[in-house]
Design a protein around this ligand. Structure first.
Ligand code: ATP
Length: 361
């Protein structure tokens, strides 16, 4: 069993408090992604799990074991870094086998494990090369191979794909997911890329300024974001927000819009009084443009920019002076430079208290 339990963990660097009493429970075999903007503390948390950074308070357990003060090499973990951290004078095979040699694994066993990992990562033909003779993507595979051969209880990934170009990043992402499906080991993965978080994670931990904002499945965070922060961070293009006021019964008067938007029955029980200032959140796909179809549940969108993007088209516009982004099908796009009525999918709306920025659901 190699779940990870973070209990009341704090970290400060001198007077700077980076994390303050953080709690997090990661299940055995789970793929958990820590995501958040630069400086939110995700790398610090990962490095504390690895033992590369000491804790200022609290406890870290891997499986049943309290590892808070255990040296990194004795934690049964393997870490993959953004910088790959390969030894330049060693071949790929030597880099992969180095850790096993250090802990005196028999030679035949080392060779078998390196061969197996190389096959899995499709780098068998590169094993005799030094890092300088490898491309960035190949180096990253060797770094992953070095982690795999150790057969650790826990993998820690620190932005492993950030130095790769977009295409390679996508294919390596699939490789990492394939590896997890095959090995079913616990993974803690740090990224600032919400697409990586959505595509890889069993559960996402969304962090901001040292706090955990929400923990949930990718679907939870996308469909039921708990705060404006999570709603804006997860999803691309980002959710649009329109200022308004809750009016009785069950409707939102949007700033600068004449007719209040009636809320669907699923919003009947929300805990907010009429008069509460709110932010109405709309994902790009909540705008449904089809000429002539928009009735009561529609908004007038001034179409400012049209961005074709292959299978879909993004439209950037304004509703009563507030910026919105729509996702449209090619060939079915409201005309540039017009103000056009666009239907709203009421099941796709989000409501946040404007003051606390927390979801009203
Ligand atoms: P990034 O994606 O940019 O790496 P992050 O979310 O991983 O960001 P951390 O690297 O964990 O953030 O840093 C969190 C905060 O702690 C930042 O404000 C950073 O400046 C600070 N910090 C990190 N390491 C140290 C250190 N050794 N001394 C002082 N402050 C530090």
């Amino acid at each position: 069993m190699a779940g990870v339990t973070i209990r009341q963990v704090s970290k400060h660097f001198g007077p700077v408090r980076v994390l303050d009493g953080l709690d997090l429970a990661i299940e055995d075999g789970e793929f958990v992604v820590l995501v958040g903007p630069s400086g939110c503390g995700k790398t610090t948390l990962l490095r504390m799990i690895a033992g590369l950074e000491s804790v200022s308070g609290g406890e870290i357990r891997i499986g049943e074991r309290d590892v808070t003060w255990v040296a990194p090499k004795d934690r049964d973990i393997a870490m993959v870094f953004q910088s790959y951290a390969l030894y330049p004078h060693m071949t790929a095979a030597e880099n992969m086998s180095f850790g096993l040699k250090l802990n005196k694994t028999p030679k035949a066993e080392i060779e078998a494990r390196v061969a197996e990992a190389a096959r899995m990562l499709k780098i068998e033909h590169l094993l005799a090369r030094k890092p300088r003779e490898l491309s960035g993507g190949q180096r990253q595979r060797v770094a992953m191979g070095r982690a795999i051969v150790r057969r650790p209880a826990l993998y820690l990934f620190d932005e492993p794909l950030s130095n790769l170009d977009a295409q390679l990043r996508t294919s390596m992402r699939t490789e990492i997911k394939r590896m997890h499906l095959a090995e079913k080991k616990t993974v803690v993965y740090v990224t600032h890329d919400q697409i990586e978080a959505l595509t890889l994670a069993d559960r996402i931990v969304a962090m901001n300024k040292g706090d955990i904002q929400q923990i949930g499945t990718p679907d939870d965070l996308y469909r039921r974001p708990a705060s404006v922060f999570v709603a804006s961070f997860i999803g691309s293009p980002a959710m649009s927000f329109l200022r308004g006021t809750l009016t009785a019964p069950g409707a939102v008067a949007l700033e600068g819009v004449d007719t209040p938007l009636l809320l669907p029955p699923s919003w009947a029980g929300i805990a907010a009084a009429p008069g509460t200032p709110v932010l109405l959140g709309l994902r790009p796909e909540a705008f449904v443009y089809a000429p002539g179809s928009a009735g009561r549940y529609g908004l007038d969108v001034q179409v400012n920019v049209v961005e074709p993007c292959g299978a879909e088209v993004y439209v950037v516009g304004e509703v009563a002076g507030q910026e919105v982004t729509l996702r449209c099908a090619p060939g079915n796009v409201p005309p540039l430079g017009t103000t056009t009525r666009v239907a709203i999918d009421l099941d796709g709306i989000h409501l946040f208290d404007a003051a606390s920025e927390r979801s009203l659901r």
